[in-house]
Ligand binder design. Structure first.
Ligand SMILES: C[S@@+](CC[C@H](N)C(=O)[O-])C[C@H]1O[C@@H](n2cnc3c(N)ncnc32)[C@H](O)[C@@H]1O
Length: 215
């Protein structure tokens, strides 16, 4: 299997922290207040997984899925020697091959969907919705849709394309405009419960959106 994150993976969290002045880390755990002890929580494309570790510390029953063996190795080094109220389950898998439908109280796709080209991205978001329990949540943390005046939108787009170009070169991520996750989540039948936004250099750059799957 071609491990696209082998080279950039070890640098991922440091790059994200510097590029976002720490806001990406905050965005990824923005909805963690909703985690109740014993909730089944899934992290799709977990990467280094600080957000998953934080969820496990809150006594969530955490499952992580990632296609990259090197990313899972880094995750394993991070949790080595630590104990959690529930052991963290790991799956080395393509998310589309992971079919535990209607099982999860919360499904997180943090900075995950932006990896994919448009049609696949929408298919994968639909798949994340299937993995959530009826009444459960799907949380998407990612670059927010550029908004405001023309100059502000231009800077937000430049900011996104700097990141996208780097990951296009280093990890063969898709090259595309920022996705409108909130609109897609509504289209897939989720009720948007909450959006938390994160600013860098005066503009909103990231958001975490929590959508509820109907019963
Ligand atoms: C941009 S990184 C984000 C990692 C993490 N969620 C974060 O916010 O730091 C995307 C992650 O998705 C994983 N990934 C890419 N395609 C995948 C797929 N089809 N199924 C599961 N994981 C995938 C990559 O290996 C990588 O770890």
């Amino acid at each position: 299997m071609n491990d696209r994150y082998r080279i950039i993976g070890p640098l991922y969290d440091v790059l994200a922290a510097v590029f976002s002045l720490g806001q990406i880390d905050r965005c990824k755990i923005a909805m963690h207040d909703y985690i109740r002890p014993g909730d089944k929580i899934l992290f799709a494309g977990v990467g280094q997984g600080r957000d998953a570790i934080e969820a496990a510390n809150r006594a969530g029953e955490v499952t992580v899925v990632d296609l990259s063996e090197s990313m899972l190795n880094i995750f394993n080094r991070k949790i080595q020697g630590r104990s959690f109220p529930h052991q963290i389950r790991q799956a080395h898998s393509d998310i589309l091959a992971f079919e535990e439908h209607d099982q999860y109280d919360m499904v997180f796709g943090n900075f995950f969907l932006n990896v994919f080209p448009p049609e696949l991205e929408f298919e994968i978001l639909g798949h994340l919705v299937k993995l959530a329990k009826p009444g459960g949540s799907v949380v998407v943390g990612d670059f927010s849709l550029p908004k405001g005046g023309a100059v502000s939108r231009l800077f937000q787009n430049i900011y996104w394309y700097i990141a996208d170009t780097l990951f296009y070169i280093m990890a063969q991520n898709a090259f595309h405009p920022v996705y409108d996750y909130a609109a897609q989540m509504r289209q897939l039948g989720l009720e948007i419960m909450e959006v938390r936004t994160f600013r860098v250099f005066g503009d909103e750059r990231y958001y975490s959106i929590r959508g509820r799957k109907l019963q």
